[in-house]
Design a protein around this ligand. Structure first.
Ligand SMILES: [Zn+2]
Ligand SMILES: [Zn+2]
Length: 190
């Protein structure tokens, strides 16, 4: 099998750190994970994680990672030659693409991406990263984070924290909307 990013370079069978069998490129250090190997490994993980919905956007996690220079290069599946489909993962200071074959569902990780997935806790359900459900949830979380950041910038962290706490209390209170109405009246009458 040839490296999907580098013509003529052979992939070697190996093992990902705390992960499935994979075919690694000795030059670019990318890894090809076949569906068979991934599913088998996934089944051994306990407890089976049910986390197709992101809890934390990867862009909120502090990570030391520089994407491979080859990350952006379009590539063909080393197994069945279909064009690999990409899913973007935003990190705090950078971003990278995961790649998957739409036909055989094999996964390509460029150099360092498997380790990043492990740190994000995504390595056990990589497929979810390609779902619109996951991508949308991450966009929501990122949007909420931007809103919090903007609020903190305007109000200062102290007051912003109080606002967030109050918002949460009101959200969880059965008559919370009365509190919201009160605040709105206060500001509309001025
Ligand atoms: Zn390579
Ligand atoms: Zn394929």
């Amino acid at each position: 099998m040839e490296c999907p990013k580098q013509k003529g370079v052979r992939l070697n069978e190996g093992q990902l750190a705390a992960g499935p069998t994979a075919y690694g490129c000795p030059e670019c250090h990318g890894n090809w994970i076949s569906t068979e190997h991934y599913s088998r490994w996934q089944a051994e993980q306990s407890p089976p994680e049910r986390a197709s919905v992101a809890e934390v956007a990867p862009s909120m996690v502090e990570l030391d990672f520089a994407a491979s220079e080859l990350d952006n290069r379009a590539a063909l599946c080393p197994d069945c030659s279909h064009y690999l489909v990409r899913a973007r993962v935003n990190l705090k200071h950078t971003a990278f693409y995961l790649e998957r074959c739409p036909n055989c569902k094999g996964i390509w990780c460029d150099r360092g991406e498997w380790q990043v997935l492990q740190q994000l806790g995504l390595h056990t359900h990589i497929d979810s990263v390609f779902s619109s459900e996951w991508q949308n949830r991450v966009r929501e979380l990122e949007q909420a984070e931007r809103e919090r950041q903007a609020t903190a910038d305007k109000l200062g962290l102290d007051l912003a924290q109080q606002v967030f706490q109050l918002a949460e209390k009101l959200e969880n209170h059965p008559n919370g909307d009365f509190g919201v109405a009160y605040l709105m009246r206060r500001f509309n009458s001025e």
